[in-house]
Design a protein around this ligand. Structure first.
Ligand code: B16
Ligand code: MG
Length: 220
């Protein structure tokens, strides 16, 4: 195993399960143009930004929107999503995440967020996990959606670490591809078949043994 000097985490599906709230909001949007959005459709929206998500839904629905309506639809979807995520608390951090972040802080390993979400800082605030991150790269700082490597390259740059010395934790195929395109090691969390390009696979952070991290940072 190659060692890592910095850790970069995706948000949705890795730190917290916000995909369900995105799904409910997109379902509402899709139904307004007569399309029934399925869970399988939602898989293809994971990790990609909101503009690309809406473009995909419109394609599936075989529907078109004027540019001004397209923009307003994005605003409405986000307002609906923001209402749903208001209930997020520290209890919603996925199992093992606060413990891992605390371990990395103790070991003085730099940590960044690499998320497509423009709501990432707010969600980390609700989870009370903001202090664990030395850099936040989110949908507000990037112009290219995953699988483009931009979000992770900016994360490495912000931490002052070379891309090849970073390890990324991702749950989406587009995110795993983005990390590989950045020249980083990747832990894929979820379905090993969907995430077959990842270097390591686990079902979730809760399943990862402490020894895995110790070997990664060369402390074993
Ligand atoms: P927002 P991640 C992504 O988060 C979600 O997986 C994706 O479904 C969502 O469309 C995207 O954030 C944008 O989110 O609408 O909040 O800006 O997995 O990259 O943390
Ligand atoms: Mg994700």
């Amino acid at each position: 195993m190659k060692t890592a000097q910095a850790f970069i985490f995706d948000l949705d599906g890795v730190i917290v399960d916000t995909a369900h709230y995105h799904f409910l909001s997109w379902k509402k949007t899709a139904s307004s143009f007569g399309y029934h959005l399925t869970e399988a459709d939602n898989e293809q929206l994971k990790g990609v930004n909101r503009v690309v998500s809406l473009e995909r839904i419109l394609e599936w629905a075989n529907h078109r929107l004027e540019p001004a309506v397209f923009d307003q639809t994005l605003i409405d979807k986000n307002e609906d999503y923001l209402k749903r995520i208001q209930s997020i608390t520290t209890e919603d951090a996925l199992e093992g995440v606060p413990e891992l972040l605390s371990f990395l802080r103790q070991e003085e390993i730099p940590v960044a967020l690499g998320s497509a979400s423009k709501n990432a800082p707010l969600i980390l605030k609700y989870l009370e996990l903001l202090p664990y991150f030395q850099a936040l790269i989110d949908g507000n700082q990037v112009s290219k959606s995953k699988p483009d490597p931009e979000v992770f390259l900016k994360g490495a740059e912000a931490l002052g670490v070379e891309p090849q010395d970073c390890i990324v934790f991702e749950d989406a195929a587009a995110g795993v591809a983005a990390a590989k395109n950045a020249g980083m090691q990747v832990v894929g969390l979820g379905d090993a078949e969907v995430l077959d390009a990842a270097d390591f696979h686990f079902k979730s952070i809760a399943e990862i043994p402490m020894d895995f991290y110790k070997q990664l940072i060369n402390r074993s």
